[in-house]
Ligand binder design. Structure first.
Ligand code: SAM
Length: 451
């Protein structure tokens, strides 16, 4: 979501004549876009922001912006006091304050020039409502994110997001479709629809379309324009209807890839997390997804060390993960967050070393599971959407979102869907060759997996 928000801010700044700079020293405007979902993320954001202070003191004309969940949808006054060197504060997904700030500093003639530049880009991509990608991404960016639901109104007891991103708001179909179309016209081949609970899309619009309806519309419009792949994340188990699953199975350009966090495997912990389902209901959901979507990849999120989580309760999570054999598990150690129910009413009583031990146990088991799942692709030929070249190889993803590297110097494969025969698999990536092509020199690229 932050990648998408940063892109939209960059797009607004480009419309005003700004271009991406390589270093903070070279930049006139610097923005730190922040995440606060865990304390570690917040600390990182604060560290980066504070590191810009000497630069601002030396060059007071540089504009510093703070964006995202650290700002949230609340009065920025306390932040203004804490970081007086910051000029502009922006709530998540809201680039407006920076645009107004910079416009006020821009003289009339420059504004006219800026508008003329914007007009030229819109004419070039023949789209009046276009989201114009930043110039360094236009024509080269293959996969893009499109937020379809802002905010979140769920009340998971551990989660700060509803307090910082505000209540759930679905975007209109018209706005989403226009954005998808403009991205595809600028070279994007894969769209990932985003929401904190993406499968709640449309629930805040009376008689509105649901996510399945939206997928049908985007499939129809996008594929006609050259869109290859559609994904969506993140889903909540309780809203994964058969209609949605059947739509994923039915539409050829919607990928067999589901992100559906379980968070914990123990019923009592799940109840205290206020997740709204039991272990058995999650198990049934996984079976239902697998029955309805052939060759589907299912990813999950897990929090270890939630307040009061006993060894036995943790083992429920461990055993569930062992049993379900999912394609990926994003593991997090519980981090108490201000305002949340768990922070206000429960003691963070699992020691840090114990949280780390539990995280590591899951991580090691999950690596074995993924290695086994990925091993099944050995010898298969799979369609890979090529995103970029990386260390002399093409780097892309399978429909299940698995990373594949392959060599081919015969032509520019950027943005193409290429059939690749898998010749090596590991937990984080696979290596392939063009069918019948030369065997690659195999080396492990374990660290190339995304975070
Ligand atoms: N909204 C989605 C959901 O929970 O179903 C997922 C998106 S959430 C931003 C990303 C992940 O961060 C969550 O799935 C959860 O595992 C993790 N997370 C959220 N709050 C956390 C906390 N207080 N401590 C540790 N991890 C947390």
């Amino acid at each position: 979501m932050n990648v998408a928000d940063s892109q939209r801010l960059a797009s607004e700044l480009e419309k005003m004549g700004y271009r991406a700079a390589q270093t903070p020293e070279d930049a006139d405007v610097l923005v730190v876009n922040t995440c606060v979902v865990r304390q570690g993320a917040e600390d990182k954001g604060v560290g980066r922001l504070v590191s810009l202070k000497p630069l601002k003191e030396k060059h007071p004309d540089k504009v510093i912006g703070l964006m995202g969940c650290m700002v949230g949808v609340r009065d920025p006054l306390p932040l203004r006091k804490r970081f007086p060197f910051v000029d502009v504060f922006m709530a998540p997904s809201m680039p407006g304050p920076m645009v107004s700030f910079l416009r006020e500093r821009t003289v009339e003639d420059e504004l006219l020039e800026i508008e003329a530049d914007e007009r030229a880009i819109r004419d070039a991509i023949q789209d009046e409502d276009a989201l114009i990608l930043p110039s360094h991404e236009r024509g080269t960016l293959i996969t893009a994110h499109v937020p379809i639901v802002y905010g979140c109104s769920h009340a998971c007891s551990f989660c700060i997001i509803p307090f910082r991103r505000g209540v759930e708001r679905s975007r209109s179909v018209g706005e989403i479709v226009a954005e998808v179309r403009s991205l595809v016209r600028q070279g994007v081949k894969e769209i990932t629809l985003l929401g904190q609970i993406v499968d709640r899309y449309g629930k805040d619009i009376p008689d509105g379309p649901d996510l399945a309806d939206l997928l049908h519309i985007i499939h129809e419009v996008g594929v006609g324009e050259g869109l290859e792949r559609i994904r969506f994340l993140t889903s909540h188990p309780n809203y994964m209807t058969d209609k949605l699953l059947d739509t994923v199975a039915e539409l050829p350009h919607v990928m067999p890839h589901i992100e559906v966090p379980v968070q914990a495997g123990d019923d009592e912990v799940l109840a205290r997390m206020k997740r709204g389902y039991t272990q058995q209901q999650y198990r049934d959901l996984i079976a239902r997804i697998r029955a309805r979507i052939p060759n589907v990849a299912i990813n999950t999120d897990i929090i270890v060390g939630f307040p009061g989580e006993t060894e036995q309760q943790f083992m429920e999570t461990y055993n569930l993960l062992h049993e379900l054999k999912l394609d990926k598990a994003h593991l997090a150690k519980y981090s108490p967050r201000p305002q949340t129910v768990s922070d206000r009413t429960m003691e963070d009583d699992v020691p840090e070393e114990e949280k780390e031990r539990r995280r590591k146990m899951l991580d090691e088991m999950q690596a074995e599971i993924i290695a086994e799942i990925n091993g099944r692709f050995l010898g298969q030929t799979v369609p890979v959407l090529v995103e970029e070249s990386h260390g002399g190889k093409w780097r892309g993803r399978t429909p299940q979102n698995k990373l594949v590297f392959f060599e081919d110097d015969s032509q520019d494969r950027h943005g193409q869907v290429v059939d690749v025969e898998i010749v090596w698999t590991g937990p984080w990536s696979m290596q392939g060759r063009l069918p019948g092509g030369a065997m690659p020199v195999l080396e492990q690229i374990e660290h190339a997996h995304e975070h």
